[in-house]
Write a protein that binds this ligand. Structure first.
Ligand code: C6P
Length: 407
């Protein structure tokens, strides 16, 4: 299919907005993506025609809502190529998925003296839950280091694996560096010791196809809002054999089979991990977002975004005093950079005056800031609705910042 970015942009009404009187140039897609009309319509349609609680009612609307929500689960199962629908747990997002696994898997499998491996690239949400678990269990957190390009050092990783390791949890694509990690290799290395692997796919699923069976990961998570769906809905994939053994995370309605004051028995998968009324319209809209992405095609998306990344890298590299942080050979559409010694908040504010949205700060990866010796960074991150003209606007905006501060 040929890629018509102008037509794609018409699917996203927010792209017509102006900011400070200038056309919006939205380059903060790693923080959250904009929503296509198909997703917005799905939410309106749900509240207009179907709104009802799920898995609770015999009445027609409840059954319609249940069918739509379970159909969305099936769409996610296909999207990740999971074996079964029951391996798809709906959560609020990556952060909740990590806390769920840390809490539930951790309760069962992690004890004093055990070790958990994460990497130097991790977002705080893939650091703090494991730190909390390690503190509680007197276990140890081990960190896979990176080189100056922002790539994991697999030789060092190999040295960290041992019989005390109880879990490896790594990010698929770094939100700060853009590095795409070799998950298949990382997983195979851990599996030699029988160690399960959890992958944070927050920055992966919107950019290329992910096949959890091919990667052979034990757990995988993503947040809907980085995949053109609403906030507050995300997915935890887990191999059924792990999820079956793990205790529930939250207690309440829907996760039970029977309750008495003496004893409660738990529901089957996936409901054992879905206590309470779920984010029903979010679930259904996530299904619509995936169908929208499929209608374009992940291969087409990857190819186009690679082109944007290459063009953006070329254009930004020519700017005086600009240093790109994250130069891995295998990268997704994230460009983080320092601009002379100008504070990123100044850069972000001046760009915003020109309608250009980038992210500035530590990107919830403070250990990475320390690793690269910077207090904060600027980050432009791409989606398939971005254009080379928008990258030109960013480059022009950055030249203006340099002129204001350096000369
Ligand atoms: N990164 C960013 O601007 P939640 O907040 O649960 O939807 O996602 C957390 C998360 C986990 N892992 C990675 C790699 C992420 O990038 C994020 C979210 C956003 O980079 C907001 S901090």
């Amino acid at each position: 299919m040929s890629f018509d970015v102008k037509a794609i942009r018409r699917d996203f009404p927010i792209l017509n907005e102006t900011v400070h009187g200038k056309p919006l140039v939205y380059l903060d897609n790693a923080a959250t993506t904009q929503k296509p009309q198909a997703v917005i319509d799905t939410i309106v349609d749900y509240y207009t025609h179907t709104n009802s609680n799920v898995h609770r009612g015999i009445h027609t609307l409840s059954q319609l809502a249940t069918n739509q929500a379970e159909n969305a689960r099936h769409i996610v199962q296909k999207f990740l190529n999971a074996r079964e629908d029951r391996e798809i747990i709906f959560v609020r997002g990556c952060t909740e998925a990590m806390n769920l696994v840390a809490h539930s898997y951790g309760a069962l499998h992690v004890n004093e003296g055990d070790e958990i491996i994460i990497s130097a690239q991790e977002h705080h949400s893939n650091i703090v839950p494991w730190q909390m678990l390690c503190e509680e269990k007197k276990a140890l957190l081990r960190i896979i280091p990176i080189n100056d390009a922002g790539e994991l050092l697999l030789d060092e990783y190999a040295k960290l694996l041992n019989e005390r390791t109880k879990l490896v949890s790594v990010v698929h694509v770094s939100n700060t560096l853009g590095t795409i990690n070799p998950i298949k290799e990382i997983t195979a290395m851990a599996h030699k010791y029988g160690i399960p692997v959890f992958v944070d796919g927050a920055q992966a699923v919107a950019h290329f196809a992910v096949d959890v069976q091919d990667l052979d990961v034990d757990f995988y998570t993503f947040s809907g809002h980085k995949l053109y769906a609403p906030t507050g809905i995300g997915v935890l994939y887990g191999k059924a054999e792990w999820l079956e053994k793990m205790p529930p995370y939250h207690g309440g309605g829907a996760m039970i089979r029977s309750v008495s004051f003496e004893k409660t028995t738990y529901n089957e998968l996936p409901f054992k991990f879905e206590a309470g009324t779920p984010h029903i319209e979010g679930v259904i809209a996530l299904g619509a977002a995936i169908e929208y992405v499929w209608s374009i095609g992940l291969e087409t998306i990857s190819k186009y975004e690679d082109e944007l990344l290459r063009y953006g890298t070329e254009q930004l590299s020519q700017i005086e005093g600009l240093r790109i942080i994250g130069t891995a050979a295998h990268k997704a559409g994230v460009l983080s950079f320092a601009l002379a010694d100008i504070h990123p908040h100044d850069v972000g504010t001046i760009l915003d005056n020109d309608g250009i949205a980038i992210r500035t700060g530590h990107h919830c990866t403070q250990p990475l800031m320390e690793r690269f010796g910077v207090p904060a960074l600027n980050r432009a991150s791409f989606a398939f609705y971005n254009t080379k003209e928008e990258i030109d606007a960013l480059a022009a905006g950055l030249r203006k910042v340099v002129r204001m501060f350096v000369n």
